[in-house]
Write a protein that binds this ligand. Structure first.
Ligand code: BG6
Length: 480
């Protein structure tokens, strides 16, 4: 197929998050953030079920986010490599705990602000447009311990101060923003975006819906602040999207798929994009044992949501998912925070995520049909076990294949009439995995010599996909 339909100005780039690559977890006055207290290893997430987990560091365990890939000290070298690939944009996040170490201070930490000024200036040096996620799974630990995470309305004011500070500081240099990374992931893993675990109330679904409401209000406040500073700023939401299929034509499965989509893919975006709670809210809450009257919300807050919806929809897409409520014996698969039933038509990654480029075309159509707002694919990619040769070269043809097929799917969706702003593959440089804390789950075009325990030279090496992606960008998606 030909892929010569990418619009002029399409934002090709790459994506990262502060906690997964910066390291230097105490440098420049930074406070502790949630990932700093999550140990590495495949069982990392088991911690959320420990009834006495108290968000502290256990000296017996390894904490990969403390070191990241030491981007804090290597950012000039890393951004230079992004520039060499021809990135038009670079999506990264601001660690809340670098700017407000505890999260609830009145005044920001100047050293933190200076660091991101330097990162942004480095991007601009290579004509790379910064795309900033204000909060990417990086809640300051103090806000969890002191207030119990996002279920507490006090966090709205803390976030507002944080958002105002960074928007004020950087708006003249940064046009594209997102308020919360994968806000809907709390449906399965409320720890990452809401700071909720079994030890502080995650089992009570009411807390998750209350936390979401508080985040929706905080997100609208950020949109308001941003647009007042400069109406041209583009401020998006960011959702995790897993195209969801019914296993078969059984109406029971079809209905369950519809409800699964409402609960997992659409609920948060419906509020953030349309500016009001969807008609199915009451029944969704009821399915989760929650009553509207259990939640604390005001008419003023609902007004704010209506007045300040987001400008675009950022989303991550790695895999699709299958629903079957009629057969409990179905094989199940792993996934990015959500699993599902095995799809017999798809292959899986080394980590069991089902690879489905057509699902991305469907996702783009579903989202555009529903919202008619610009779409930005801000994460996509293949986590794989890379094997460097004796010259530290990784021939990652499997990654090229994965990305090529997904770029073809985007092109097809553009032909379908959807409006796509850009594409930023995840972990454009190898970084620490969010779900497992491993370094060995690699996504990058750039190999970082470092193992799961954080040992290595930290040297950077270009993989085969580096030159391939450079050519994709140079040809605006035509040569893939
Ligand atoms: C998304 C997150 O869920 O998926 C990223 O926004 C994360 O932070 C990415 O890294 C890939 O997941 P993982 O678990 O392979 O790192």
């Amino acid at each position: 197929m030909t892929t010569n339909n990418f619009p002029k100005g399409f934002l090709w780039g790459g994506a990262t998050a502060a906690n997964q690559l910066e390291g230097a977890y105490q440098a420049g006055g930074k406070g502790l953030s949630l990932p700093d207290v999550l140990p590495g290893g495949k069982d990392r997430m088991a911690i959320i079920n420990e009834p006495d987990f108290d968000f502290t560091i256990d000296p017996q365990r390894v904490y990969p986010n403390h070191v990241g890939i030491d981007h804090y000290h290597h950012f000039k070298e890393d951004i230079k490599l992004f520039g060499e690939m021809g990135f038009k944009c670079y999506r990264f996040s601001i660690a809340w705990s670098r700017i407000f170490p505890q999260g609830d201070e009145e005044t920001p930490n100047e050293a933190g602000l200076k660091f991101y000024d330097a990162v942004i200036d480095e991007c601009l040096k290579y004509q790379i447009e910064p795309v900033i996620t204000i909060s990417h799974y990086e809640l300051p630990v103090h806000l969890i311990k002191e207030y119990g995470g996002w279920k507490n309305k006090k966090l709205i004011a803390c976030y507002e101060r944080f958002a105002r500070t960074v928007l004020d500081q950087y708006h003249a240099k940064v046009k594209y923003w997102m308020t919360f990374n994968e806000i809907n992931s709390a449906a399965h893993f409320p720890i990452m975006s809401q700071g909720l675990t079994v030890s502080n109330g995650a089992k009570d679904k009411k807390n998750i819906y209350q936390a979401w409401h508080n985040q929706f209000v905080a997100s609208s406040k950020a949109v308001k602040i941003g647009h007042e500073l400069d109406p041209k700023l583009q401020i998006g939401c960011m959702i995790l999207y897993a195209t969801t299929y019914s296993f078969d034509a059984n109406p029971k499965n079809q209905l369950a798929t519809l409800q699964d989509n409402q609960a997992n893919n659409f609920f948060c975006a419906d509020v953030q994009v349309r500016g009001h709670y969807p008609a199915y809210t009451k029944s969704l809450l009821a399915r989760n044992g929650v009553k509207l009257s259990d939640l604390d919300y005001t008419a003023d807050e609902l007004d704010l949501l209506a007045q300040y919806p987001v400008d675009y929809i950022g989303f991550s897409y790695y895999m699709s998912s299958v629903v079957d409520v009629t057969n409990e014996d179905q094989d199940r698969v792993a996934g990015n925070l959500m699993g599902g039933v095995k799809n017999p038509f798809l292959e899986s990654s080394d980590w069991g995520w089902q690879i489905d480029p057509t699902g991305l075309r469907i996702a783009l159509n579903e989202l555009y049909d529903r919202y008619e707002k610009p779409l930005f694919i801000v994460e996509n990619g293949l986590g794989a076990l890379d094997q460097p040769d004796e010259n530290n070269f990784v021939a990652d043809d499997y990654r090229i294949d994965y990305l090529r097929q997904h770029i073809e799917a985007i092109s097809a969706a553009i032909d379908d009439g959807t409006e796509v702003m850009g594409y930023t593959p995840w972990g454009c440089i190898d970084l620490v995995s969010a779900s497992t804390g491993e370094m060995s789950k690699r996504y990058g075009f750039i190999y970082v010599d470092e193992d799961d325990a954080g040992h290595g030279t930290f040297n950077r090496y270009k993989k085969k996909s580096f030159a391939w992606y450079k050519q994709v960008i140079a040809s605006n998606g035509e040569e893939i």
